[in-house]
Design a protein around this ligand. Structure first.
Ligand SMILES: [Zn+2]
Length: 409
């Protein structure tokens, strides 16, 4: 890393980043009930207006697009595709001030450093505050889907928080759905970088300050049914029973073992016992299972094992939705690791178990993500917390990565 980069990284204003987190974090904050900045609600729109004003104050060419994304452009020295940075500022009901906001405000802190040192990079820079990332609408992450030109109007018919449908929510807040669907990215992009809190306990438990995200995990869902025979719970002797819940029990335990053996995660999040009465032996059990992992070959193996375990216990194993893993770009992961060395921070590679706007941006350009620790792995809750030094570390690594990519791309 060049001497000039060291000076620039040293000029990164971490205190300003922390102050911005507090200012934005007060918009839509309900003491005792966390952040209430749900997509397209009044507090969300107020937060977006504040982000827009910050971009304009930094000399960016900024506007809010048809989907509510705040998009700011900072000119470069050369006529090159832009490097994009960003995340989201909407929240879940009762969220924390770090989820999403850190990535947007960290990106603004990068621009501020360049502006205050009077520097321009070779590449133009795009900072994006994506709308409706959280699953409070039926089409989320919706702002980034619209940004990449892949928002499907049919997905807007599903429910949104406090509304009959996402369409109703949008129309009530004055959004033009046809324009959202017609939205297209402004120009080709060289790369997308997203700084985000981990929302898990991997980094905090190991005291590692930076996670280099290898990709966003694939998700596979299955519907498993065990058919027994419903019967009288008082008059049917134990030897004569075909209890569907007892058939399902070994399978439920085996899901955990299979997940651990393959270093993936597996969850049965829904279970129905029919007919569901205390005096009736369960005749039918249905359960929803999902597994998540980065590697399709590993997921294939786990899936085969789970299917045969279900069959061995008399169950029917049906395949449901499947989302492919979205790997990050290795050259960008390398750049983040060089940036960590330049800043003097340890890092580790890890998958993201949660979805992010970056998985949509992957359709446009190479992407990578930088994770910082979440205290106790808590997120989507008012107790969500990331230490000040971790927020600043993340911002510095984002900036150092940007400087590296400006030369290497
Ligand atoms: Zn987020």
């Amino acid at each position: 890393m060049k001497h000039k980069h060291h000076d620039l990284i040293a000029a990164f204003d971490g205190e300003h980043l922390l102050a911005d987190l507090d200012t934005l974090g007060a918009i839509g904050l309900h003491p005792g009930a966390g952040l209430q900045r749900m997509a397209y609600g009044a507090a969300d729109l107020e937060g977006r207006a504040w982000v827009l004003a910050q971009m304009q104050a930094l000399g960016m060419d900024a506007a809010i697009d048809a989907a509510g994304n705040v998009v700011g452009r900072y000119a470069g020295r050369e006529d090159l595709p832009a490097i994009a940075l960003g995340s989201h500022t909407d929240s879940v009901p009762g969220g924390g001030k770090f989820d999403g906001a850190l990535g947007v405000l960290g990106a603004l802190a990068c621009i501020r450093t360049l502006r205050e040192t009077g520097d321009r990079l070779r590449h133009p820079l795009l900072v994006i505050d994506f709308a409706a990332e959280e699953a409070t609408t039926s089409a989320s992450p919706m702002g980034s889907l619209s940004f990449i030109g892949r928002l499907d109007a049919a997905a807007l018919e599903g429910p949104a928080w406090q509304e009959r449908s996402t369409r109703a929510l949008l129309e009530r807040n004055g959004f033009d759905i046809a324009a959202m669907v017609a939205n297209r990215p402004p120009a080709p992009l060289a790369a997308f970088l997203e700084l985000h809190i981990e929302q898990g306990e991997h980094l905090a438990a190991r005291a590692i300050p930076i996670g280099v995200v290898e990709g966003i995990v694939g998700i596979r869902r299955y519907y498993v049914t065990f058919l027994g025979q419903a019967n009288h719970a008082g008059t049917t002797g134990m030897a004569r029973r075909r209890d569907a819940l007892v058939m399902a029990a070994p399978f439920i335990s085996a899901v955990r073992e299979v997940a651990i053996r393959h270093a993936i995660v597996g969850t049965i999040g829904r279970l129905e016992v029919h007919p569901g009465a205390p005096n009736v032996i369960p005749g039918r059990v249905t359960l929803d299972l999902e597994i998540r992992g980065m590697d399709n070959a590993v997921l294939d193996t786990a899936e085969r094992e789970l299917a045969s375990l279900a069959a061995a216990n008399g169950g029917d194993f049906a395949r449901g939705n499947r989302k492919e893993p979205v790997p990050a770009a290795p050259p960008l992961m390398d750049a983040i690791e060089r940036a960590c060395q330049a800043v003097g921070l340890a890092s580790t590679r890890m998958p993201s178990g949660a979805g992010h706007d970056a998985m949509n941006m992957a359709a446009l350009c190479p992407y990578a993500m930088i994770f910082v620790p979440s205290q106790d792995g808590i997120s989507h809750a008012p107790e969500e917390f990331t230490h000040a030094h971790d927020c600043i570390n993340g911002g510095r690594v984002l900036f150092a990565t940007l400087l590296d990519l400006d030369e290497s791309l």
